[in-house]
Design a protein around this ligand. Structure first.
Ligand code: F6R
Length: 242
């Protein structure tokens, strides 16, 4: 595991975008599995700008959405779909045929899980995944209790996730189920980047990276992937010495 600590969230975003751009240049044709949420958005914005400037070609890559809130579609601000299409895919101008993302409004959840599994299998493996970390240690919607072998699936959301989730849906009802790429597909990725920023994340980052590896903190399971790179701002690194 490599851990990098940057002074601010802005520097973290800039450095993450540079790493992603280098990956894209060196690995055309690979599959990227990208988290939504607040943490990586600024980095995705830079990456979209690099593509628009002609410095990288994102249309040479494949994309799979990491997760979605069940029952919530693109039309709802806060959906992973809207966050990712408006904040990244369409901002960059990525051809939609290169992207498979869950649609929370599509009632055929099993069909979507199968389609995402097939999409990943067709591309061989996830080349690189960008993950955030939940306040309960979740990655994607792999909630506490998730096992390293869990695959693409629907999951009941943890109370912490629904409570923290209110930040994405101000005044709205927070869904109680999620669909997610599983720990198995994430752990098999060629490279994992996990990002965290802000002092609220410091305690869970510390537990995920320095305490025991346990399904109760799904992010800790990522330590089994030798290429795990953790990208933090100083606030999220807290007092932990990396
Ligand atoms: C979102 C996702 C979640 C978030 C995590 C952190 O697609 O997969 O696991 O990465 O909840 O969210 P933020 O970045 O909003 O703190």
């Amino acid at each position: 595991m490599n851990t990098w600590v940057y002074s601010t969230a802005e520097v973290l975003a800039g450095e993450t975008a540079k790493r992603l751009a280098e990956y894209v240049q060196a690995n055309p044709g690979k599959l990227l599995c990208l988290a939504a949420g607040d943490t990586p958005l600024q980095a995705y914005g830079h990456l979209a700008d690099f593509h628009r400037d002609g410095r990288i070609d994102l249309n040479a890559m494949w994309f799979v959405g990491l997760d979605e809130w069940v029952g919530i579609g693109y039309e709802t601000p806060g959906s992973c779909r809207q966050v990712m299409f408006d904040g990244f895919y369409d901002r960059a101008g990525i051809d939609h045929s290169r992207i498979l993302a869950f649609d929370g409004r599509n009632p055929d959840i099993d069909g979507q899980c199968m389609a995402v599994s097939r999409w990943i299998a067709e591309k061989g493996v996830i080349g690189l995944t960008v993950l955030g970390i939940g306040m309960n240690g979740h990655v994607g919607f792999n909630e506490p209790g998730s096992l390293a072998d869990d695959t693409v699936r629907i999951v009941p959301l943890d109370a912490t996730t629904t409570s923290v989730g209110q930040k994405y849906f101000p005044g709205g009802v927070v869904p109680t189920r999620g669909i997610t790429v599983g720990m198995r597909e994430l752990l098999a990725a060629n490279q994992i980047l996990m990002m965290a920023s802000g002092n609220r994340k410091a305690p869970i980052v510390q537990r995920a990276l320095s305490a025991e590896v346990t399904p109760e903190i799904p992010a800790s399971l990522l330590r089994a992937n030798g290429t795990l790179t953790v990208l933090l701002d100083e606030a999220a690194a807290g007092n932990t010495l990396f």
